[in-house]
Design a protein around this ligand. Structure first.
Ligand code: COA
Length: 383
């Protein structure tokens, strides 16, 4: 790497954006000017979707219209449902989501239309259908029939209805709504960047979203919620949280999943809000055990000089794993839940990129050999 550059594009600005800003040094996040704490306290996910797409909070009429359009798009095309039924039940739900979203693009006659109107229609379609795909897959892989979406429920309540086949409690709906609000956008994170890179080539929205889903899947990004949940279960099996921390983290150097962040060097504001909701919703015994484990582990890290020196705090994935578990989301379905929310931000960024596009094409620092002489194949020796 050239000396002045840091690995991983750290600190590199790739676009102007009006969508969200992470104030990493003070632990603050805004969407289009609004503090995430206010949005989490007051907004529905649909209001946040509107805010990100159109840059202002909706009026009652605008919100009602958006909800109506989301309802009208929530049902899956029979070929998509048919395809879901043919996927191997062992497939990772993120791989299923990636494939199903691609298939939705196949059924869209306007898939190659990159006009702003067409892109808003695609954004709406995907925001409406991703919850239906996730709920349908969760049931199909357990041999159950999918439950059709309802048009009298908000997005969070409707998802839990389709997932469980019965209405969720207000506390569960509230927890999921807050989760969706908190994860809708987050500056130039890896999956958003991925979606903008694809868009910058003038690639269509479905291609950009499929690529973003692939980027979100990894454990250093969206996959961290799933990894954190598995880790909490492992810690719960250990003789004590302290023993696990000393052995696995201090002696073996394992990372605590759901901790640390490229941009936040102060506590992630989303983690504190999710921690409150985890405490509010955590009723059942086993769920409380895991929340207790997560809190004890966080306390150990907060008191440890290694974590303090590096400003490593719980990030959004840490307590979102506990919240999602408490509302009945299987561990390997947690990253698709992230995508269910982030589709709002991805699609808003794609529209923004189209409005002021230039091909994103960085360079590599070549460190290989030069001026080698061609060797005929019969003269080559394996090293
Ligand atoms: N547990 C223990 N140590 C950690 C850590 C964690 N979760 N996250 C980072 N560190 C340490 C690294 O070992 C490194 O230490 P060093 O300076 O002695 O080498 C230092 O903190 C910086 O880590 P680095 O991986 O260079 O930071 P990054 O900005 O490239 O990575 C993450 C950021 C998020 C990928 C990283 O913190 C991580 O892997 N966290 C766990 C996965 C996760 O929660 N991802 C979701 C992010 S929202």
């Amino acid at each position: 790497m050239a000396e002045e550059q840091k690995k991983g594009l750290e600190g590199v600005v790739i676009a102007d954006t009006r969508l969200s800003k992470v104030f990493g040094d003070i632990g603050k996040l805004i969407y289009c000017g609004y503090d995430i704490r206010d949005l989490a306290a007051h907004a529905s996910f649909e209001e946040v979707v509107f805010l990100l797409w159109y840059g202002a909070l909706p009026t009652q009429q605008q919100l009602a219209r958006l909800q109506e359009r989301l309802h009208s798009e929530a049902t899956l095309h029979p070929t998509v449902l048919q395809a879901l039924k043919s996927y191997p039940t062992s497939a990772h739900p993120m791989a299923v989501l990636r494939t199903a979203v691609s298939q939705i693009g196949l059924n869209d006659p306007a898939a190659e239309d990159n006009s702003q109107d067409a892109n808003y229609r695609k954004a709406l379609r995907l925001t409406a259908k991703i919850p239906t795909i996730i709920a349908a897959w969760a049931r199909l892989r357990e041999g159950k029939e999918p439950v059709a979406p309802r048009d009298d429920l908000g997005l969070a309540a409707n998802f839990l209805w389709m997932l469980h086949g019965h209405e969720a409690t207000p506390a569960e709906v509230d927890a999921l709504n807050v989760y969706l609000v908190l994860l809708a956008d987050h500056g130039m994170n890896a999956s958003t960047f991925t979606s903008r890179v694809v868009t910058s080539t003038e690639g269509d929205m479905y291609s950009a979203i499929v690529a973003a889903i692939g980027s979100l899947k990894g454990p250093k990004h969206g996959g961290a919620n799933e990894a954190a949940m598995r880790m909490f279960r492992e810690v719960a099996e250990a003789p004590s949280v302290r023993e696990w921390f000393d052995h696995e983290v201090k002696d073996k150097g394992r990372r605590i999943m759901g901790m640390g962040h490229r941009v936040y060097k102060a506590p992630d504001p989303r983690a504190a809000i999710l921690k409150e909701h985890a405490n509010a919703i955590c009723g059942a015994k086993e769920k409380c055990v895991l929340l207790g484990v997560a809190e004890q582990l966080e306390d150990l890290a907060l008191a440890d000089p290694y974590f303090v020196e590096r400003n490593l705090y719980a990030n959004v994935d840490y307590y979102s794993a506990i919240v999602l578990d408490a509302i009945g989301i299987e561990t390997d379905m947690m990253t698709p839940m992230f995508a269910m929310s982030r589709i709002a931000g991805w699609s808003a960024h794609i529209v923004e990129q189209w409005n002021d596009n230039r091909l994103i094409r960085p360079r590599g620092n070549y460190i290989g050999a030069v001026d080698l002489h061609w060797t005929p194949i019969e003269d080559r020796r394996s090293e």
